[in-house]
Write a protein that binds this ligand. Structure first.
Ligand SMILES: Nc1ncnc2c1ncn2[C@@H]1O[C@H](COP(=O)(O)OP(=O)(O)OP(=O)(O)O)[C@@H](O)[C@H]1O
Length: 726
C-alpha cells in the first residue's frame, strides 16, 4: 500500500494512508468506476467520504495516478472538493474527501425534484459551481465532467464541484476501456467541439457543460438524455443548441434564459469565460446557498437511505418490465448514470443502442422535433436518427450517404479521402471511425456489456471484491433516470451569428499563429484516424492571460501550469522526438494528452535554424506542428487498430506483403517511419472495410428486427381474428 497524494499544507490536518484508520459505513454513491462510502476517520473521529476506485478495471500507470492524486490534493477552493489523501488498498485506490451529506444534485433531483429545482436554488448552485470553474480555469485546469452528478451539496448548503483528477485517468485512458469493454459515455454534456475530432477544445468546453448542467437542474435531466449516445452526438453537433425556450420554461427569468444561451453557443470563442459569466446579472442576483439550497433537503431522509431507496426502486421497476424494454431502460439509465465521464465512445455499442430505440417512440419525438428544427433528414432506417442539415458539407454528405447505406457511405468516405476532404476535422464519419478504433475485444463481451444483468453483476462483483473493511452493502444498482422529455432544439442563430465583439476581434488579432507545446489536441482528436489537429491556438487564446502564460501540461482533467513557460513555449513540436526516452514531450499513459517537462528542453539544431529565419518559422510552425500531431495521432490510431485486429489477420496481412511491418511496441513509435503512409493507407482501407462490415451487420439486425415486428403484428391480427371468430 502506498500513499498516492496528500495535502502538504502545514496548516491542514493530515490524514493517514492506513486503511484500518477508516471505518467504511454506508454506500452513498457510485459512478462508472468507483463506489463512494461514508466513513469515519478514526483518529479524528471525523466523518469523511472514501471513494474506492477499482484499479483492476484500469490499466493506468500508477505514476500517472499518483501525479493526478497529488494535483488533486493541491486544489484549494471552497467550491472544489479536495482529496485529503489517497492510497492504494489491494486493487483499489482509496480517495479520502470531505463528506458531502446531501450527495449530488443528481441524486437529489431523482429522489425529490424530478422536474428540476426552482430558479433561486439553481442560481445559487450554478453560481457556486461557476466559482469553482473560474478557479480551476485560472489554475489552467479543465474539469471536463461538469454535470449535476458531480455537484455535491452539504447540509448547510455548501456546494462543491467534484469528480476530477484521479477518476480522469481512469476514464481517459483507452486501456480502461479496452480492459472492460463495457464503457460508453453519454455525450449529453459535451461541447460540440469535443465531439468533433480535430477542432480542439479548451476551458470553454466546461462552459458548454455548465450550460447543459443549468438545463439539467431546470428540467431534472440533461437535454437529449433519453437518446442513445450516438444520437446525442449527432444532435449536439448538428442541431441548434438546446435552451430554455419552451412553454415549460416560461417560469424562468429572462436573465436565466439569457445566461444559458450564452453558454450554449456552438462557437466556443463566443462563449464567455467563467470569470465573465460570473458577472452576469443572473449570478449577481443569486441568493447565498445557505438560504436557497439548504431548503432543498428539509424533511428528506439521510443520504444513504435515499441511495438505498433509489436502488430498490429501480431494481423493482426493472424487474417488472419485460426483458427487452428492461434492457433498454437499463442501458439508458446506465448511460445516464455513468454520464459524460469518458470522452471516448464506442461506435458498436452506440450503434447497438441506437438500434434499440423504439421507432414508435421516435415518431413522437420526431413530430415534436419538427416543430423546432426546420429541416431534418432521416439518418438510418431503424435507428430513428434525425438531425438537421448541418453547416458542414462533409457531415451532410456523409449523413446522406449513411442513409443510403453502408456501401454508399464507404464510397463517399473513400472519395472524400481521395480528395483529402476526409481529413477534415468535422467529419462525422471520421468521428465514428475514431470511435470504432477504441473498440477492442469480442463482440460477445460487448453485447453483454450493455445488458442490465451484466452491469449489475459487474457492479456487485466489484463491490464485493472491494469491500473488505466494514459497512452494510447494497448490491450496486442502476440509478433511475426519469427523463422522458426530450430536449427541443431551438434555432438561436442570432446568438451564434452575432458578429464578434470588438474585444474578441482584438483577441483574434492577438492570437499567435504558433501555439507551441501547449496546443494540446482534444481527446477525440487524439484518437482520430487521421484528422489533422487544426491550430489549437484557441486553447490559449480563450484562457485568461495568466493561466495561458503558465500552462504547461494537461494530465487527465488537469492542465498544470508553470511559471517557466517562456523556457519552453517556442520549442516547435515538430522538432521534439515523440515519446522517446528522455524526450521533454511525452504522452501521458493515463490520459493520452501531452505532457511537457520544461526542465528537460533540448536545444535542437532545427529549432535554431528556424529561429534564424523567424518570418519563415512563424509561417511554418503551425503547419509543422499540425503535421507532427497528425502523424503522431495516426501512429496511435494505427497502433490501436492493430491491437484491435485479430493477431492472425495482422500476421496474414504482413506475410502477404499487404502491410509493411510495423513495430508493435509503443515504446518505439516515436519516430516517423518512412513506410508509415503506405501502412496508413492500407489501414484506412481496412478500417473502412471493418466499418462497412459493421454497418452491414447493423442493417441486418435492423432488418431482422423489422421482420420480427411484422411477424408479431401478423400473429396479433391472427389472434384477433380468432378471438372475433370465437
Ligand atoms: N464526497 C462525497 N460525499 C458524498 N457523496 C459523494 C461524494 N463523492 C461522491 N459522492 C456520491 O457518489 C457518486 C459517485 O461519485 P463520483 O461521481 O465521484 O464517482 P465516479 O465513478 O467518478 O462517477 P462518474 O461516473 O460520474 O464519473 C456521486 O454522484 C455522489 O452522489
Amino acid at each position: 500500500m502506498g500513499r498516492m497524494g496528500g495535502n502538504q499544507n502545514q496548516n491542514q490536518k493530515t490524514y493517514s494512508a492506513i486503511p484500518s484508520d477508516y471505518k467504511l459505513l454506508e454506500e452513498v454513491g457510485y459512478g462508472a468506476s468507483a463506489t463512494v462510502y461514508r466513513a469515519i476517520y478514526l483518529p479524528f473521529n471525523e466523518v469523511v467520504a472514501v471513494k474506492c476506485l477499482d484499479l483492476d478495471r484500469c490499466n493506468s500507470n500508477l505514476d500517472d495516478i499518483r501525479r493526478e492524486a497529488q494535483t488533486m490534493s493541491l486544489i484549494d477552493h471552497p467550491n472544489v472538493i479536495r482529496a485529503y489523501c489517497s492510497f492504494v488498498v489491494d486493487s483499489n485506490l482509496w480517495v479520502v474527501m470531505p463528506f458531502m451529506a446531501e450527495g449530488s444534485c443528481l441524486h437529489l433531483m431523482k429522489i425529490a425534484y424530478q422536474d428540476g429545482f426552482e430558479e433561486s436554488a439553481i442560481g445559487s448552485i450554478l453560481k457556486e459551481t461557476l466559482k469553482a470553474l473560474d478557479y480551476l480555469h485560472r489554475q489552467g485546469h479543465i474539469h471536463r465532467d461538469v454535470k449535476a452528478g458531480n455537484i455535491l451539496l452539504d447540509t448547510n448548503g455548501v456546494v462543491k464541484l467534484a469528480d476530477f483528477g484521479v477518476s480522469a485517468c481512469m476514464f481517459d485512458t483507452g486501456d480502461r476501456q479496452r480492459s472492460r469493454n463495457t464503457f460508453v459515455g453519454t455525450p449529453c454534456w459535451m461541447a460540440p467541439e469535443v465531439l468533433q475530432p480535430g477542432s480542439g477544445y479548451n476551458s470553454k468546453a466546461d462552459i458548454w457543460s455548465f450550460g447543459i448542467t443549468a438545463l439539467e437542474l431546470a428540467h431534472g435531466h440533461a437535454p437529449f438524455s433519453k437518446y442513445p449516445p450516438m444520437k446525442v452526438l449527432l444532435m449536439t453537433i448538428q442541431n441548434a443548441p438546446p435552451g430554455l425556450d419552451y412553454d415549460r420554461d416560461k417560469k424562468f427569468s429572462k436573465s436565466f434564459k439569457e445566461m444559458v444561451a450564452m453558454c450554449l453557443v456552438k462557437d466556443q470563442t463566443k462563449r464567455p469565460t467563467a470569470e465573465k459569466l460570473l458577472k452576469h446579472s443572473f449570478f449577481k442576483h443569486a441568493k447565498p446557498p445557505e438560504l436557497s439550497v439548504k431548503n432543498l433537503f428539509a424533511d428528506l431522509p439521510p443520504l444513504w437511505n435515499r441511495v438505498k431507496a433509489l436502488q430498490l426502486k429501480d431494481a423493482a421497476q426493472l424487474a417488472l418490465k419485460r426483458m427487452p424494454s428492461a434492457e433498454q431502460e437499463a442501458i439508458s439509465q446506465s448511460e445516464y448514470q455513468r454520464g459524460v465521464s469518458a470522452w471516448n465512445f464506442d461506435i458498436e455499442d452506440l450503434k447497438a443502442q441506437a438500434s434499440l430505440v423504439r421507432d414508435d417512440d421516435d415518431m413522437l419525438e420526431t413530430k415534436e422535433e419538427n416543430e423546432s428544427v426546420k429541416s431534418s433528414v432521416g439518418f438510418k432506417a431503424g435507428t430513428g436518427f434525425q438531425f438537421s442539415l448541418g453547416k458542414s458539407n462533409s457531415i451532410a454528405e456523409l449523413s446522406q450517404a449513411e442513409s443510403r447505406g453502408p456501401t454508399n457511405q464507404l464510397q463517399l468516405y473513400e472519395s472524400l479521402n481521395k480528395k483529402g476532404k476526409a481529413l477534415e476535422g468535422d467529419s462525422l464519419d471520421r468521428n465514428q471511425e475514431n470511435i470504432a478504433l477504441r473498440k477492442n475485444g469480442s463482440s460477445t463481451e460487448e453485447m453483454a456489456s450493455t445488458s442490465e444483468k451484466d452491469t449489475m453483476q459487474t457492479k456487485a462483483k466489484a463491490v464485493k471484491s472491494r469491500h473488505t473493511q466494514s459497512g452494510p452493502l447494497m448490491p450496486g444498482m442502476l440509478l433511475s433516470h426519469s427523463s422522458s422529455e426530450r430536449a427541443r432544439n431551438s434555432e438561436r442563430c442570432e446568438i451564434e451569428n452575432q458578429p464578434p465583439t470588438e474585444k474578441s476581434n482584438r483577441e483574434v488579432r492577438r492570437a499567435p499563429s504558433f501555439s507551441g507545446p501547449l496546443m494540446l489536441p482534444n481527446r477525440a482528436s487524439a484518437n482520430s484516424l487521421s484528422a489533422p489537429i487544426k491550430s489549437s491556438a484557441g486553447y490559449r487564446d480563450s484562457m485568461d492571460d495568466k493561466s495561458k502564460a503558465n500552462l504547461v501540461q494537461i494530465k487527465g482533467r488537469f492542465s498544470v501550469t508553470s511559471e517557466n513557460l517562456d523556457l519552453v513555449k517556442d520549442i516547435p513540436l515538430s522538432t521534439v522526438p515523440r515519446r522517446s526516452q528522455g524526450s521533454p514531450l511525452r504522452k501521458s499513459a493515463s490520459v493520452g494528452d501531452w505532457i511537457f517537462e520544461s526542465k528537460q528542453v533540448p536545444t535542437s539544431p532545427s529549432s535554431k535554424d528556424l529561429n534564424s529565419c523567424s518570418v519563415a518559422a512563424s509561417v511554418l510552425m503551425p503547419h509543422l506542428q499540425n503535421l507532427f500531431q497528425q502523424t503522431s495521432f495516426q501512429q496511435d490510431l494505427i497502433m490501436n487498430l492493430l491491437n484491435s485486429l485479430q493477431p492472425a489477420e495482422v500476421l496474414d496481412a504482413s506475410q502477404n506483403g499487404k502491410l509493411p511491418p510495423l513495430p508493435r511496441s509503443t515504446e518505439n513509435n516515436g519516430n516517423v517511419e518512412p513506410a508509415l503512409s503506405e501502412r496508413e493507407r492500407l489501414l484506412l482501407i481496412k478500417i473502412s472495410e471493418l466499418q462497412a462490415r459493421m454497418l452491414n451487420l447493423t442493417d441486418e439486425l435492423t432488418a431482422e428486427k423489422l421482420k420480427h415486428v411484422q411477424l408479431q403484428q401478423q400473429l396479433n391480427s391472427i389472434l384477433d381474428q380468432e378471438e372475433n371468430g370465437d
